[in-house]
Design a protein around this ligand. Structure first.
Ligand code: ZN
Length: 400
């Protein structure tokens, strides 16, 4: 992983917010760091308000924004004083937190701040970068993740066990950071989720991110778990069986309760994964990060039996969310791994099917590398069910 910093380009982005925009776009350019609106960044800037009072404002990525294309309007300016006061509360339900974030901005037209705003606020650094880097997620999705993270990073990073993003995660980070940060701490690792880096300048924070992620890549590479074997050229089984695919799409639409679009990816990598002898084990542990489940569901379907899949999925939703929350969600698969067809992605629209496929292809790399390194282990099903519910928009908006 290489720094994309370029002095001439950077000079076109004056000021702290300008520099923040520039390096946010650099992060957004690399899908191995952030995917489809994932990740977020911030900068803390002292300003004078209209009546002459000085205050510090956290400019944090707005919810729904994309780092690759972010500009000034994509950042939500939130008053630091309020964020730090909120961080002291013992508990804060997420809908109340979102209301607080929205009502303490200095620009009424700004987007809703990222749900990770309080977490950015409590970190005592001017610039904060957060990504869901594939290499880091690979390292943390294993039963002995804590030991591996220590081996790679020593005490340069504070390690946070998986907690769903929102107020509880901000609290957990505030406590751990205060207790564990050392003078040489330059970041924080969130199990089954991603990584934070900090710095005094945009460049320092960004380049620390690149260096930290690079160390995870180098570690996996040294263990022979980074360069994936190149699969043999796709040997597509048969001409595409239109009738079978149509009836499958119908069955999945019926299970979902709404029409579904299907996209088939029969590239060599997808086919090779669908044909792995251990696909029934490695694909059924859960996605690389719980948030992916919104588009991919917790597990792909691996046989063309929609009814059995939906019944098992309904059981999982009922078990971890209760029947009332479960009843608001559908139990139809979003991904089918088929040894003949490869990776089939389903969604309510072509865009949803594309997002599901993109996320699952990252999961394929992460699962393949983690399995080459040891054992792949996703976050527990309860955490994934909760993320599916909340990120899926069944609770509060803004979980990204
Ligand atoms: Zn995140």
């Amino acid at each position: 992983m290489k720094s994309l910093w370029n002095d001439a380009e950077a000079a076109q982005f004056p000021g702290d917010l300008g520099q923040r925009i520039y390096t946010s776009r650099l992060l957004g350019r690399d899908p191995a760091l952030v995917l489809h609106g994932g990740g977020n960044t911030s900068v803390k800037i002292a300003e004078r308000d209209l009546v002459g009072r000085e205050e510090t404002i956290l400019y944090v990525k707005g919810s729904g924004g994309d780092l690759a294309k972010i500009d000034e309007a994509g950042f939500s300016p939130v008053r630091m004083e309020r964020l730090l006061a909120l961080a002291e509360l013992p508990a804060l339900p997420d809908p109340v937190m979102v209301n607080e974030l929205r009502t303490h901005m200095t620009r009424a037209s700004a987007p809703t701040p990222s749900v990770e705003a309080i977490l950015h606020a409590i970190l005592p650094f001017k610039f904060v970068d957060h990504t869901h880097a594939d290499a880091v997620v690979t390292l943390t999705n294993s039963p002995d993740a804590a030991a591996r993270v220590r081996e790679v990073y020593g005490d340069e990073l504070v390690v946070i066990p998986y907690v769903m993003p929102g107020f509880d995660l901000a609290r957990a980070c505030a406590e751990r950071f205060a207790a564990e940060a050392k003078p040489k701490t330059i970041g924080m690792i969130l199990m089954n989720h991603g990584i934070f880096s900090f710095g005094a300048t945009a460049r320092e924070s960004y380049e620390r991110m690149i260096a930290l992620v690079g160390r995870a890549e180098a570690h996996l590479d040294a263990k022979g778990a980074w360069s994936l074997p190149v699969p043999p050229a796709a040997a597509h089984a048969a001409p595409f069986p239109r009738r079978e695919v149509t009836s499958l799409r119908g069955a999945i639409s019926r299970a979902a309760g709404f029409p579904m679009v299907l996209a088939v990816h029969d590239d060599a990598r997808s086919l090779a994964f669908a044909r792995r002898p251990d696909v029934a084990v490695v694909s059924q542990q859960g996605p690389a990060t719980p948030q992916h489940a919104v588009y991919t569901k917790r597990v792909p379907m691996i046989a063309r039996d929609v009814r059995a899949y939906a019944a098992a999925y309904r059981d999982y939703l009922d078990t971890y969310l209760g029947s009332e929350a479960s009843s608001r969600m559908d139990a139809a698969p979003r991904i089918l791994l088929d040894p003949q067809w490869g990776l089939c992605a389903f969604g309510r629209s072509p865009n949803e099917a594309r997002l599901a496929a993109d996320m699952y292809r990252h999961d394929i790399d992460i699962i393949s590398r983690a399995s080459a390194h040891g054992t792949y282990r996703a976050a527990p099903p309860a955490a994934i069910a909760q993320a599916e519910y909340e990120y899926g928009g069944f609770a509060v908006p803004g979980h990204d």
